[in-house]
Design a protein around this ligand. Structure first.
Ligand SMILES: Nc1nc2c(c(=O)[nH]1)N[C@H]1C(S)=C(S)[C@@H](COP(=O)(O)OP(=O)(O)OC[C@H]3O[C@@H](n4cnc5c(=O)[nH]c(N)nc54)[C@H](O)[C@@H]3O)O[C@H]1N2
Ligand SMILES: Nc1nc2c(c(=O)[nH]1)N[C@H]1C(S)=C(S)[C@@H](COP(=O)(O)OP(=O)(O)OC[C@H]3O[C@@H](n4cnc5c(=O)[nH]c(N)nc54)[C@H](O)[C@@H]3O)O[C@H]1N2
Ligand code: SF4
Ligand SMILES: [Mo]
Length: 648
């Protein structure tokens, strides 16, 4: 038996971009562990990826192209698959123009070489692509509006913080490599405060826990601001480095702190707790990505940015309002984006596909996404795909989305990947390399579009060089070199990244030093208006939370996928119903059978189900979630969903 230990990098949509050590026995993946030499990974992995070998070796893995045949699929060779796709795409382009083709790429893998797939579609078209971002659109827009940029202090700068506010953040599930830093901070006496309507394990790590009303954070933050103004604790320079200072002051003081606390659903002394923690500088605010998926989500993040500013926590070590790390920042993707293509709003994708005109969307090509399970209003997304002339899905499993395709193309997994990764939770870069060979008929996204381009060129009579194939040619390694052009002179080569994680040399340690911001005036901008609080919906009194769980990466489950979702709530939210009972969870648009889990520690106005799941199995949160936009950034307001629980 030949046992090898091989190094690669995790490409999943996760802040951590871990260094992986794969144990490979006779060419088969047996174990995945964390790279002990990676400064953030520190030798351990999350449970979902530690369990990945079972998924890698699963009999459900797609190993050949599949063509729709009546209600099922039949396996076909690549030659036939490529001919079918090229013929249909070219016919649709010729008849309706390239905008009749939608390319939807999501976060199944975050590798940068996958942007060559975008380049292919740009050259074929430009085709229609998505606009907005269901994941972080609202928060991105907030930080860009306030600061003119979106980045974070170095992760290890948390070592300087005296206080850390975990605002809508559950590191035990969504960013496990933050935990060692939080534990170290606590051990040296830093104060940790968790603010989250859902009580979860992170509450056990925090010194204090606040459970505001869902979306009540805006009122909570404005209440803290009001208290800071009233008690003269706003830092003296704030008016000079903040645009819109007076308007923000009026907004905060439009209500007394106690009024804001009531609106936020917290006790009035919670405001003082937060004010004290923030004023004991330096204090860092860790802003969760999920919290902003609300109709006031962008305003919430802007209010947190404002708190960082008023308390003098911007531009200093140990401070900052950390939402995102520029994971693409080191890479040169200037080969992309020429003519602006037609766009459809991602959160509203199902409806917009159905309604698009001039031209209608006739074909949809899906890369690294499972929109039926993961976008809001699953049924409409499903219907939108079911009614297209051509749907092609590139995936390694027959997902809810792939089942609606005419053609499914089998692709590589995270241990067969050959790519470059940045992280949205720290500044280290990495290169993934295949540690096992894919099954013989499985191809990476890059190879798939290169083969398709050659087939298209052959059919259009394009010669080498003036066709598409010539413009996207090159091995994965050559594309990696091209992407690294900017940082290669600073010592970040492919060879080096294949050996070790390297910190992005373009990223600083402390953001906005001297409270100078990359806005036109050099000052940060404070929010001046807020969306109205959401109205009560008496028929649907509970807020539906669909949070990340440790068992899954979005729709990719580590073990067997659920056939019935577990729904957790306070006993008073499901009066007369027993723990473990099967009940109906109803929203305005759908009903799901779920298994009830009663938890007296939760707020009485919410119910919690896992994010992701399987739509066709009747176990997918997004069946219940209406498609709605966030207040800015075209995010999806997943968490504005209201539901009720009924007996079966
Ligand atoms: N295990 C696991 N890890 C993941 C993922 C996964 O699917 N599984 N997904 C990855 C992806 S794609 C992303 S973008 C990130 C997501 O990372 P996060 O968005 O941080 O993860 P979530 O658990 O969805 O949300 C974090 C917390 O926000 C809280 N929250 C929701 N609404 C509010 C509110 O109104 N106020 C406050 N204060 N808190 C609120 C939720 O209760 C939850 O505990 O995680 C990544 N990591
Ligand atoms: N209700 C609710 N819905 C949510 C969220 C929520 O909090 N609540 N969170 C949202 C968030 S944060 C996100 S980021 C989205 C995520 O939505 P998606 O990105 O659609 O989610 P994934 O389940 O990661 O699906 C990606 C698919 O990519 C495939 N894949 C993996 N690697 C590769 C590869 O290298 N190439 C190709 N071609 N395919 C690959 C996987 O097998 C999987 O089927 O979901 C959003 N949906
Ligand atoms: S999913 Fe995230 S935490 Fe888990 S191994 Fe990958 S990068 Fe690390
Ligand atoms: Mo995400």
């Amino acid at each position: 038996m030949a046992t090898q230990k091989l190094r690669t990098v995790c490409n999943r949509d996760c802040p951590d971009a871990c260094g992986l050590i794969a144990t490979v026995v006779d060419g088969r993946l047996e174990r995945l562990g964390g790279d002990p030499d990676h400064p953030v990974t520190r030798g351990f992995l999350c449970s979902r990826t530690a369990q990945f070998p079972a998924r890698q070796n699963s009999p459900d893995r797609l190993t050949t192209p599949l063509l729709r045949d009546g209600s099922g699929f039949r396996a076909i060779p690549w030659k036939e698959a490529l001919a079918f796709a090229a013929e249909r795409l070219l016919a649709i382009r010729a008849e309706s123009g390239p905008a009749a083709i939608l390319h939807y790429r999501s976060g199944g893998s975050l590798g940068l070489v996958k942007s060559v797939v975008d380049l292919f579609f740009e050259l074929l078209g430009p085709v229609t692509v998505k606009r907005g971002d269901v994941c972080s659109g609202a928060g991105d827009a907030a930080q860009e509006a306030d600061f003119g940029d979106e980045e974070s202090h170095d992760l290890f700068d948390l070592g300087n913080s005296k206080g850390i506010l975990l605002w809508g953040k559950n590191p035990f599930v969504s960013s496990v490599h933050l935990l060692p830093l939080l534990r170290a901070a606590k051990a040296r006496g830093a104060r940790l405060v968790l603010i989250d309507p859902v009580r979860h394990r992170t509450a056990t790590l925090a010194d204090a826990y606040l459970a505001p009303r869902p979306g009540g954070d805006l009122a909570l933050a404005l209440g803290v601001a009001a208290l800071l103004f009233e008690t003269g604790r706003v830092v003296p320079g704030a008016a000079s480095f903040c645009e819109g200072f007076d308007a923000f002051r009026s907004l905060a003081l439009s209500k007394a702190p106690a009024g804001w606390a009531e609106e936020a659903g917290v006790a009035p002394d919670s405001l003082e707790l937060l004010a004290l923690t923030l004023c004991d500088r330096p204090c860092n605010i860790q802003v969760g990505w999920g919290m902003a998926r609300r109709s006031n989500g962008s305003a919430i993040v802007r209010a947190l940015d404002a708190l960082g500013a008023l308390t003098g926590n911007l531009g200093i070590p140990g401070g900052g309002v950390s939402y995102y790390f520029k994971r693409r920042g080191a890479f040169d993707t200037s080969f992309l984006a020429s003519a602006p293509p037609r766009t459809l709003s991602e959160p509203l994708l199902g409806k917009q596909i159905l309604e698009a005109e001039k031209p209608p969307v006739r074909a949809v090509w899906i890369t690294a996404g499972n929109p039926v399970a993961m976008l809001p209003d699953s049924s409409t997304v499903a219907r939108a795909l079911e009614t297209r002339e051509l749907v092609v899905v590139v995936d390694s499993f027959l997902t809810d989305t792939a089942r609606r395709a005419h053609l499914v193309l089998p692709t590589t997994t995270l241990v067969e990947d050959d790519d470059l990764l940045g992280a949205y939770g720290h500044h280290w870069l990495g290169a993934s390399v295949p540690v096992v060979a894919p099954p013989p008929e499985v191809k990476g996204d890059l190879e798939i579009v290169q083969l398709l381009a050659a087939e298209i060129d052959r059919r259009t009579g394009a010669c080498t060089g003036d066709g598409i194939a010539g413009k996207i040619s090159g091995t994965a390694r050559e594309w990696k070199q091209r992407l690294l052009r900017r940082v290669e002179p600073l010592g970040v080569s492919v060879e080096r990244l294949e050996k070790e994680a390297v910190r992005n040399p373009l990223a600083g340690d402390v953001l906005f030093e001297g409270a100078v911001f990359p806005t036109p005036t050099g000052r940060m901008r404070l929010l001046s208006a807020v969306p109205p609080p959401p109205e009560d919906e008496p028929a649907f009194p509970l807020w539906l939370f669909s949070n990340s769980t440790e068992k899954a990466q979005c729709s990719q489950w580590a073990g067997p996928a659920p056939v019935v979702l577990e729904a957790t709530c306070h006993p008073d939210a499901a009066p007369g119903l027993a723990d473990g009972a099967e009940v109906l969870l109803e929203s305005e648009i759908a009903t799901l059978r779920v298994r009830l889990k009663l938890d007296p520690l939760q707020r009485r106005d919410l119910v919690l189900v896992p994010k992701g799941g399987h739509f066709d199995a009747g176990a997918c949160a997004n069946a219940l979630v209406k498609a709605r936009l966030t207040d800015a950034g075209e995010g999806a307001a997943y968490l504005d969903c209201r539901v009720r629980i009924r007996p079966t």
